[in-house]
Design a protein around this ligand. Structure first.
Ligand code: G3P
Length: 225
């Protein structure tokens, strides 16, 4: 069971220019302020190189954007769950559509994350993959149709059936798994629609990272909860 309170807004800062270095810290601080002011749970996934120093400066959970199923030791350049934990991460995205993994690796990583006390968020692209991921017993599944990512067209309104179907299938297989949705989410109305479909929160990026005022964008998102 995840230690992250729901409903939750998870901000993946990807590798945008607007989230590098100090800008990444500013985004994390904006999430922290919004959580303190509203009580709504937020999580930030800083850029991998920035995770450690950002995690030590904010009170909200920081997740890695990706981890690899490599063993500790001779694994040059790979991102290990153990390294994420040592850097201060509280969890990790796994199998994001921009960083796909094999089923075997997802299974290994969910197990390793659980053993380390890291929250696992497995990203999926359709209802069948959501169902398959549920059988691996992650803490969370985030359904994100890749074709809507970065478009500003919210999955919760453009493809409600994929969210509803994922919630139904996942809950039939494993009631402990929290289902989130993402892709194109940018407003409180999008979040409200996601929650009405049964999601327990959202995973998003560009709607906040590229906003003129990330904090205002976050407050708008939170208004949908
Ligand atoms: O990880 C979140 C993501 O892939 C959705 O991106 O920019 O559509 O919110 P975006």
């Amino acid at each position: 069971m995840s230690g992250v309170a729901t409903p939750v807004i998870i901000l993946n800062t990807k590798a945008y220019q607007e989230s590098m270095g100090e800008k990444g810290l500013a985004l994390a601080k904006a999430c922290e302020e919004v959580t303190k002011e509203t009580g709504v749970s937020t999580v930030i996934c800083p850029q991998q190189f920035d995770l450690a120093w950002i995690a030590h400066q904010v009170s909200i959970p920081c997740f890695a954007q990706h981890v690899d199923a490599k063993d500790v030791g001779s694994a040059t350049g790979w991102a290990l769950p153990e390294s994420a934990k040592a850097a201060g991460a509280a969890g990790s995205l796994i199998n994001h559509s921009e960083h796909r993994l094999t089923m075997a690796d997802i299974d290994t990583l969910v197990t390793r994350c659980r053993a380390l006390g890291l929250t696992s968020v497995v990203c999926t692209n359709n209802i069948q993959v959501s169902a398959a991921a549920a059988s691996l017993n992650p803490d969370m599944i985030a359904i994100e149709p890749p074709e809507l990512i970065g478009t500003g067209i919210p999955v919760s309104r453009a493809d409600p059936d994929i969210v509803r179907g994922s919630v139904e299938q996942v809950s039939a297989i494993n009631r402990n798994v929290v289902v989130l949705c993402g892709a194109g989410i940018s407003t409180g109305e999008d979040v409200r629609a996601a929650i009405e479909l049964g999601a327990k929160g959202v995973l998003l990026a560009s709607g906040v990272v590229k906003a003129d005022s990330p904090k205002a964008a976050l407050l708008d998102l939170v208004s949908g909860i």
